[in-house]
Ligand binder design. Structure first.
Ligand SMILES: [Zn+2]
Length: 388
């Protein structure tokens, strides 16, 4: 059963061979979806005959957003902490422990219902792929169940037992690292694709982070790193050293950090929702792009430091405050996220790619930044199925 989506005013393909510029932009475009894949893409006037047609009526089209960094297996709420912070107090990594207590107390059903609620919310804003992490359980049982629940809803599951030292190990951080790299890893690795660590003052130092990542790699997990969010530190260099798919946050970078990213396959994933929600200094996307680094944008959706599931919001922030052009921001939120997840089948609209795309109530993708806060996503196909 093939379906043509016709009369798309401008379509971002992220395949330069299909259209203009780095976004491979096609004017007056059509897309043919067959099963869960893109079967054909090109000018509207040349679209082949199909079983069904959907008229986009001049809307713009983009690949579905690829949100490559989120923390969605959690319970509870941190409204009071946010309110206090916006009233003048500073953010520290310890607030995570509030969510840990609530998450441990929740049932599997409560955690899954919460996850599904935020996935639906993200889908309504055009997200068709998301990565999500454990990290609010911090016991072998609670980390493994978080990953099991996540794995029922996405292929991109990340073991983050090393989010923060568990409260039971407050006086014995090395003992906690031994648990994260030992029994907990054994229980978690079968449910995850990735291993991650929060390498930051107040969380894990460079040596502890290296131990977590290399242990995960020995179990077949691929590394990614929470790096250089709150200050300068060893996270970015470590990410490059171990061949991580992504160094995430990258807010405080030395010239050597920027060079290391630019000369590696490690994607710099920027998470402007975190800086927005903590009133912190913005990451400098322009500096990374000018150096030649690959940049992804993601929400970091979590109840503490970035409680947004909106990729359009992140695109708008990146354009307004991080020096990105609208084209660069849209690329980073789609193809950039796919690169951060080492996926070639998503983040672009090209024959054979997964049929994940969104239509915008706008004539151009530029409106994602030009009309911030406006719910522009009007239709979403995921794996070839119309979901919105
Ligand atoms: Zn994060």
């Amino acid at each position: 059963m093939s379906t043509a989506i016709i009369n798309i005013s401008s379509l971002v393909t992220n395949d330069p061979s299909l259209g203009h510029g780095p976004l491979g932009l096609i004017r007056d475009a059509a897309v043919v979806v067959d099963g869960d894949r893109i079967a054909w893409i090109g000018e509207n006037s040349k679209a082949p005959a199909t079983d069904n047609a959907v008229d986009a009526e001049g809307r713009a089209g983009i690949p579905g957003f690829v949100d490559s960094h989120s923390h969605l297996v959690f319970a509870g709420d941190r409204t009071a902490e946010f309110n206090a912070r916006m009233s003048g107090q500073s953010y520290s990594a310890g607030g995570i422990r509030t969510t840990v207590a609530a998450t441990r107390a929740a049932t599997d059903e409560e955690l899954e219902a919460n996850l599904l609620r935020y996935l639906r919310e993200a889908l309504r804003q055009g997200t068709t792929t998301f990565e999500t992490k454990s990290g609010y359980g911090l016991t072998t049982h609670d980390e493994a169940r978080a990953l099991r629940i996540a794995a029922a809803h996405t292929d991109e599951v990340t073991y983050l037992g090393a989010h923060v030292v568990a409260p039971e190990f407050a006086d014995d951080p090395e003992g906690y690292v031994a648990l994260v790299t030992g029994e907990m890893l054994d229980a978690c690795a079968p449910h995850a694709r990735w291993v991650d660590v929060f390498c930051e003052k107040g969380a894990f130092d460079g040596d502890q982070a290296r131990a977590v990542l290399t242990a995960g790699m020995r179990h077949g997990l691929v590394p990614r790193v929470h790096a250089n969010q709150l200050g300068h530190g060893p996270g970015v260099q470590l990410a490059v050293e171990v061949g991580a798919a992504s160094a995430d946050h990258c807010t405080h970078l030395t010239d050597a950090d920027v060079d290391a990213l630019a000369n590696s396959d490690t994607v710099a994933t920027l998470l402007p929702g975190a800086e927005f929600s903590t009133r912190a200094q913005w990451p400098n996307a322009r500096r990374l792009l000018d150096a030649g680094a690959t940049v992804a944008l993601s929400t970091d959706c979590n109840p503490g430091s970035s409680f947004t599931s909106s990729m359009p919001f992140c695109v708008a922030l990146a354009v307004r405050d991080m020096g990105m052009t609208p084209d660069e921001a849209v690329w980073s939120a789609t193809a950039g996220g796919a690169a951060a997840l080492r996926r070639a089948d998503i983040g672009r609209l090209t024959p054979g790619a997964r049929a994940d795309l969104a239509l915008l109530d706008a004539p151009s993708h530029v409106h994602l930044a030009y009309r911030p806060g406006v719910p522009l996503v009007s239709a979403v196909w995921r794996r070839g199925l119309r979901e919105l």
